[in-house]
Design a protein around this ligand. Structure first.
Ligand SMILES: [Zn+2]
Length: 226
């Protein structure tokens, strides 16, 4: 179902960790590096518009999560490849471009029309629904807003964070980015973290967040969220 074709181009991020050996209080500020690999199924590549379009979509996804997710978790994302184990680092997170059909075949009809991610285990997986990426659900005003939402939402799941729920629906002006919004909610949209979401992220950071401090052996993925 998933092929190795369409692997993304090499690392382009300019980020660097702080120098080791600094003052003790600076060491706390060193961001860990989380390695991210992209690939697309043959059908997903076709839906995105070819190999060049896969590279562009992966670049856009990476840019969004580097801007909005990496600073929140105090990590750097760096790109790596899944098929170069001699030069590259093994991915911590695999981002797969999949068609809606592939997602429902893989995960079941609960995920029809949705993207998905694992919240635990190592490595972790993000499945981005290429149909939505190309043509967002109609309640979204524009493509870039939806792409930012879905990229941030699923990558934050990969950081171990579940959904934020409201006790009184539809009474606030904005929705939390960790509320699922691919399907309409309250007629409002947001890609911002609210305090609830940031509290969840803070807790996950203490638990390991993207898991760079755990042994590198493979761990089973135990949860899948949309
Ligand atoms: Zn979700």
């Amino acid at each position: 179902m998933i092929c190795n074709c369409g692997a993304a181009s090499s690392t382009t991020t300019p980020h660097h960790s702080l120098q080791a050996g600094g003052k003790p209080n600076q060491r706390k500020m060193v961001r860990r590096t989380v390695y991210v690999a992209f690939r697309a199924s043959r059908d997903a590549r076709r839906e995105l518009g070819g190999g060049g379009a896969v590279r562009e979509a992966s670049r856009e996804y990476f840019s969004i999560v580097s801007t909005y997710v990496a600073p929140t978790f105090m990590v750097w994302f760096r790109r790596t490849t899944t098929n170069d184990r001699t030069r590259g680092r093994a991915p911590d997170i695999h981002v797969h471009w999949l068609t809606n059909d592939a997602i429902t075949q893989k995960l079941g009809l609960t995920f029809d029309g949705l993207s998905a991610a694992t919240l635990s285990g190592h490595p972790r997986y993000v499945f981005i629904n290429t149909r939505n990426w190309m043509q967002p659900p109609s309640h979204w005003r524009n493509v870039s807003d939806y792409r930012r939402y879905v990229a941030v939402h699923e990558m934050t799941h990969a950081g171990g964070v579940g959904h934020v729920t409201r006790s009184s629906p539809c009474t606030t002006d904005t929705l939390d980015v960790m509320e699922p919004q691919t399907k309409p909610v309250c007629g409002r949209l947001s890609s911002k973290y609210t305090l609830k979401s940031l509290a969840l992220i803070s807790r996950q950071k203490k638990l390991g967040g993207f898991l760079r401090d755990l042994p590198s052996k493979k761990m089973p993925n135990t949860q899948m969220h949309y």
